[in-house]
Design a binder for this molecule. Structure first.
Ligand SMILES: Cc1cc2nc3c(=O)[nH]c(=O)nc-3n(C[C@H](O)[C@H](O)[C@H](O)COP(=O)(O)OP(=O)(O)OC[C@H]3O[C@@H](n4cnc5c(N)ncnc54)[C@H](O)[C@@H]3O)c2cc1C
Length: 432
């Protein structure tokens, strides 16, 4: 029987290298260039990050989520999950390791569905870290329900014309190209009538109305584009994977990525946990350490238990995908997505609270984690939608009971059990 929680020594050596490299050379970037990872780097910033990227390449860990045909190592999801648990500690690490969202997911779908010409134009420079990209799907009125989308792609001779609006298109303003989801056949169900378009961001008619930012940042200085596509003319070969393929492509994009996201979230939870544990062992009040107060102990215990449960679920899900396929682990992937919000929220909130006033300040990294938890509950679909997926998948393994009472109703079960053991037990049988 194989039931093994160890990491093979060769890959563990890679993880150990990544652990040291991220701690010594990448995490400091978070402190000197905070929030700058979404910007096109200046020559001076490039002179710092390019050599770091080169070291990742030399170590064989650049864009590790890609298959060998694209320069990745084909590690499989379990190894990638373990690597992402390290990368999640630093906002710059995904840039330095070539796994930055949304570029990583966009590269995956270009690799899966792109023609040779599309790959040459868009994929190679993206893999080389030379350009940024944007995934433009959500609509202002339609949100998480793609069946509400109205952005249209209409045939125009050999080409296409795009019209519509998209919201929260991250990185639109720095992107070289956008992948835009649009209705191309309104007469069939939405799941068959939508297509993905490859649109150079400079195409006339791509109008970024606002760059929406997160709470606490100046208006219109954010990275999430509200875009109006106005008579955007595109050549005939702009459709990715062929007309009607948008949903299949979106699923490819989100599958593995969610697991990596979940492991990066575990890294954040662990950072909050570390801060909380250090704090309770350092602070005395009313004659004892915080660590000796039972309600504080409950916070420590609850946090550790939640993180362990979450981590094991994510690793098991990654293992399931490696054994079978992403589709075969839909229930588990959706459950991981739900836990990203819940566990990060709970642990970061407790850590913040236990730090007292300091916890809410801009001198501790705890409030941004609470905001991250809120983001986790929305980006890539709200928690409720993923819970629906979990519930639907769970209920597939059950069926309705035909009788008037539940199948576990005791009277008939007791009678059957009595029949089964009457000869052997006789008067020993207990009356319920
Ligand atoms: C940081 C960040 C980055 C993002 N980046 C991108 C990007 O690059 N490209 C892109 O296309 N989109 C992006 N999004 C958008 C994201 O996909 C949407 O926010 C998400 O799909 C939800 O849509 P909405 O915000 O319009 O909320 P709505 O769909 O309006 O949902 C609002 C609320 O309604 C409830 N709700 C919704 N549906 C259900 C349901 N089925 N059952 C029960 N309750 C429900 C939930 O409480 C939900 O939070 C990003 C979002 C965030 C926060």
């Amino acid at each position: 029987m194989t039931w093994d929680f160890t990491t093979d020594p060769e890959f563990q050596a890679k993880l150990d290298w990544a652990d040291r490299f991220v701690r010594d050379d990448v995490e400091p970037l978070d402190l000197v260039l905070p929030g700058r990872r979404f910007e096109i780097p200046s020559a001076r910033v490039r002179s710092v990050i390019d050599p770091l990227k080169q070291r990742v390449r030399e170590e064989g860990l650049w864009a590790a989520h890609l298959g060998p045909e694209l320069g990745g190592k084909g590690f499989g999801q379990l190894k990638l999950a373990l690597l992402n648990e390290i990368l999640g500690r630093s906002e710059w690490a995904p840039v330095i390791f070539g796994t930055m969202a949304p570029d990583a997911g966009n590269a995956e779908i270009l690799a899966h569905y792109g023609t040779d010409a599309q790959k040459a134009t868009y994929l190679q420079p993206l893999l080389d870290g030379e350009i940024f990209s944007c995934f433009s799907m959500t609509e202002p009125h339609g949100g998480s329900d793609p069946t509400q989308f109205v952005t249209r792609g209409v045939r125009d001779g050999e080409g296409w014309v795009l019209n519509g609006e998209k919201f929260f298109s991250s990185n639109a303003k720095t992107s070289a190209f956008l992948i835009v989801m649009a209705v191309t056949d309104p007469d069939v169900p939405a799941y068959q009538g939508m297509s993905m378009f490859l649109v150079p961001t400079r195409t006339p008619g791509v109008n970024i109305l606002r760059n929406v930012g997160h709470s606490g940042t100046p208006m219109n200085s954010g990275i999430h584009g509200w875009i109006r596509y106005e008579d955007v003319r595109l050549p005939g070969d702009s459709v990715l994977g062929g007309p009607g393929q948008a949903f299949a492509i979106a699923q490819t994009r989100l599958g593995g990525g969610r697991i990596h996201h979940a492991m990066r979230t575990i890294a954040r939870c662990t950072q909050a946990m570390d801060m909380m544990c250090e704090r309770v062992l350092s602070r005395t009040t009313k004659g004892t350490l915080l660590a000796e107060k039972q309600l504080v102990q409950a916070a420590i215990a609850d946090s550790w238990i939640q993180i362990q449960q979450f981590r094991l679920l994510v690793l098991h899900t990654a293992w399931l995908i490696d054994q079978n396929s992403t589709a075969g682990a839909r229930r588990e992937v959706a459950a991981c997505k739900v836990l990203c919000e819940q566990v990060l929220h709970d642990v970061a909130w407790r850590a913040m609270h236990i730090h007292g006033a300091l916890g809410i300040t801009n001198e501790m990294p705890l409030m941004p984690m609470i905001e991250e938890a809120a983001v986790m509950g929305l980006a890539d679909g709200p928690t409720e939608v993923h819970k629906v997926t979990v519930a639907r998948q769970v209920l597939r393994d059950y069926k309705a009971n035909e009788g008037q009472f539940p199948s576990m109703w005791l009277p008939p079960r007791v009678a059957a059990a009595r029949d089964r053991y009457a000869d052997l037990l006789g008067p020993e049988i207990v009356d319920l």
